[in-house]
Design a protein. Sequence first.
Length: 217
Amino acid sequence: MTGAPLGVGPGVRADEAGFTLVEVMVSLLIFGMLAAAGVAILSLSVRAQQTTGAKFDDVSALNRTLALMSGDLGQATMRAARDEGGTVQPAFTGTSDGQMRFVRAGWSNIDAAPRASLQKVAYRVEGGVLQRIAYPMVDGAAPLPATALLTNVDRVSARYRFKGAWSDRWDGSQGAPLPEAVELSIARKGGQGYRAMMLIGTGYAPPPVPGAANAAP
């Protein structure tokens, strides 16, 4: 009398008894590879989304900065101002590294505060951050805390136009209180550069030109 194969009951073929250990291990390996691939794709997608969001935020900050500077410069006036010590300063001063100080008109007064519509403002780069400094009064007042406008700034260069000529500084000794325009070049950390020309006292600037910070004049 011949018995049934070991582990197989009557009426059950040997090839229907279940998965072997090798088959289970192969299945688990394939599942693990698919799961790892899924996690990698999801992680890559999240990082790409974060990078894109950060880039959009940076571009928005740049556009806001240039719009604010253009608005300030477009409303610059010939009004001279006094510093905290009472010394009279030129209506507009500017250096080759983009530091500017001037008095602008059109300062909105929503709360009807007892002040003029003129405002003294300044721009500077400190610690890789482009800052705007406002003063509560045109004459003799200490500045308010600086407002950070743009981060990751490597360097800023500026030149000032008057009667068809460019100068790397302005202090009012060139024959007029205000220059006609300023060309501002901003180099960001990472290599990206922008250049914008802004009219002073008469209008507003065109949008920035990407990658033109080192372009020839």
